[in-house]
Design a protein. Structure first.
Length: 364
């Protein structure tokens, strides 16, 4: 359960290596105290790449036509890059839509969903909307998914959800544990692996596994490392029969031409992911080291967000930072003293540290 909603948060109103086209992120001035530093939604501070922006601009002239050819072209390019068939890739207006449709397709009042906690709460919310049972299993001591406990949680489950790296902790679940989940999940169930943040880490993707498993659905998004959250574009990768079950709930869920062309340009940019991954990792790790030096524990994130044990009610910390225009959050019910922070650009993280140091008491 979420203690602080996105709507309420909205109302609250070190040198880096040279990384080519992203140097502008290093050189920009520190945000003014009156500027909001938005580290609360796991958005990219950099937005679409230059190539994606140019492609999106060109798409405006073609917006009088339905963008189905561009949708098929995007699916084909992704399939080629990942070594799967075009028929294994479906395009949605955001991976959130595909995830919600998966819950509707694979669960029911008699076959529920098993998920970790804390994790991405949309799954629980979607299941509750159709009165499907929800079994939430605590992360293990390393903040990875506790796969053995998840497998034992509900022998009648229709869906197991695994977010890797996990949102909100940014932590990884070992590949072998995911294989264990796929091999030992309840008969007739579907394993959904959400890879929204996979490009920020070195862990291998599960996408190619769909070639050998008709009970696996993998989700990807252009909202995170590609900086296209506002463009709403995601992919579902799985056996055609699984994708057909999703299409029942939103087969006409087609993104705009600009989103599709921007996504294609992003995939074609060979340097983009590596540059942003390196920049994100340096800023994240720099901030985590700073926090640990002040006595705060953080999750071992491999993503563009991490969590801090603030040793006090996290809601209060969110409010105090927001009063100085630094937006972080949100809070998960079973981790009431932990707050999630998105990794922004260098100047945003400097501003975060400045306000955190002034407003949050030193621990220890």
């Amino acid at each position: 359960m979420v203690s602080v909603s996105r709507r309420s948060l909205l109302a609250l109103g070190a040198a880096l290596p040279v990384l080519g086209p992203l140097d502008w992120a290093v050189a920009s001035p520190l945000p003014a105290e009156s500027d909001k530093v938005r580290l609360n939604y796991n958005e990219s501070p950099y937005g679409p790449s230059d190539a994606a922006r140019e492609a999106m601009q060109r798409a405006i002239a073609a917006s009088g036509r339905y963008p189905y050819p561009d949708m098929y072209a995007l699916a084909a390019l992704f399939a080629q890059q990942q070594g799967v068939g075009e028929e294994n890739v479906a395009v949605f207006a955001g991976s959130m839509a595909a995830l919600r449709f998966a819950v509707l397709a694979f669960t029911s009042q008699t076959r529920g969903v098993v998920m970790a906690t804390p994790s991405y709460e949309l799954v629980r919310q979607a299941a509750e909307s159709i009165k499907a049972p929800v079994r939430e299993v605590n992360l293990d001591a390393r903040h990875a998914h506790d796969v053995p406990a998840m497998l034992a949680a509900d022998p009648q489950a229709g869906m197991l959800y695994l977010c890797n790296p996990n949102n909100p902790t940014g932590t990884l679940t070992p590949t072998e544990a995911i294989r264990q989940a796929l091999a030992n999940k309840p008969k007739g169930s579907v394993l959904v692996v959400d890879e929204a943040y996979i490009d920020f880490c070195d862990a291998p993707s599960c996408v190619s596994w769909v070639n050998d498993h008709d009970d696996l659905l993998v989700l990807r998004t252009f909202s995170k490392i590609y900086g296209m959250a506002g463009a709403r574009l995601g992919l579902a990768i799985g056996h055609p029969a699984l994708l057909e079950r999703l299409a029942v709930f939103g087969g006409d869920n087609v993104p705009a031409a600009a989103s599709l062309l921007g996504a294609r340009a992003s995939l074609e940019d060979a340097m983009l992911v590596g540059q942003r991954k390196a920049l994100n990792a340096r800023l994240r790790d720099e901030t985590v080291i700073w926090l640990k030096g002040r006595g705060f524990s953080c999750t071992a994130s491999q993503s563009n967000c991490f969590m801090i044990d603030v040793k006090q009610p996290a809601e209060q910390v969110i409010e105090r930072l927001a009063a100085h225009n630094v937006l972080v959050g949100r809070v998960w019910q079973n981790w009431p003293q932990w707050v999630r922070v998105t990794v922004g650009n260098q100047q945003e993280m400097e501003r975060f540290r400045e306000v955190f140091a002034a407003q949050i008491a030193r621990v220890g």
